[in-house]
Ligand binder design. Structure first.
Ligand code: SF4
Ligand code: SF4
Length: 87
């Protein structure tokens, strides 16, 4: 039974690793609300910031980072989403 649980967790962990989702860190003071990040995003972001611009409150599984590259004021930063271990 214990092995099944470990195998299940391993499968989930491997799946999430293969997706390499990212989380965003937006410099809202720099954002000029041009909307470019939303315009280039290939998915329905699902979350809209207080300024109706970009998804930031959940990991992005696609992680193409086109939004980050297109931002004219470099307001978008990102890092790999880390799954915290559960004890
Ligand atoms: S990384 Fe790609 S898919 Fe994710 S929010 Fe940015 S543009 Fe959209
Ligand atoms: S592309 Fe940059 S400046 Fe334009 S709305 Fe998005 S975060 Fe703001």
């Amino acid at each position: 039974m214990k092995d099944e649980g470990q195998n299940c967790f391993g499968a989930i962990k491997n799946t999430m690793t293969s997706l390499t989702p990212v989380i965003f860190n937006i410099n809202w003071n720099a954002c000029i609300r041009c909307g470019a990040c939303v315009a280039v995003c290939p998915q329905d972001a699902g979350f809209i910031s207080p300024f109706d611009t970009i998804a930031i409150d959940r990991p992005c599984d696609i992680a193409c980072l086109v939004c980050e590259r297109v931002c004219p004021v470099s307001a978008i930063g990102s890092e790999k989403f880390k799954v915290q271990s559960v004890k």
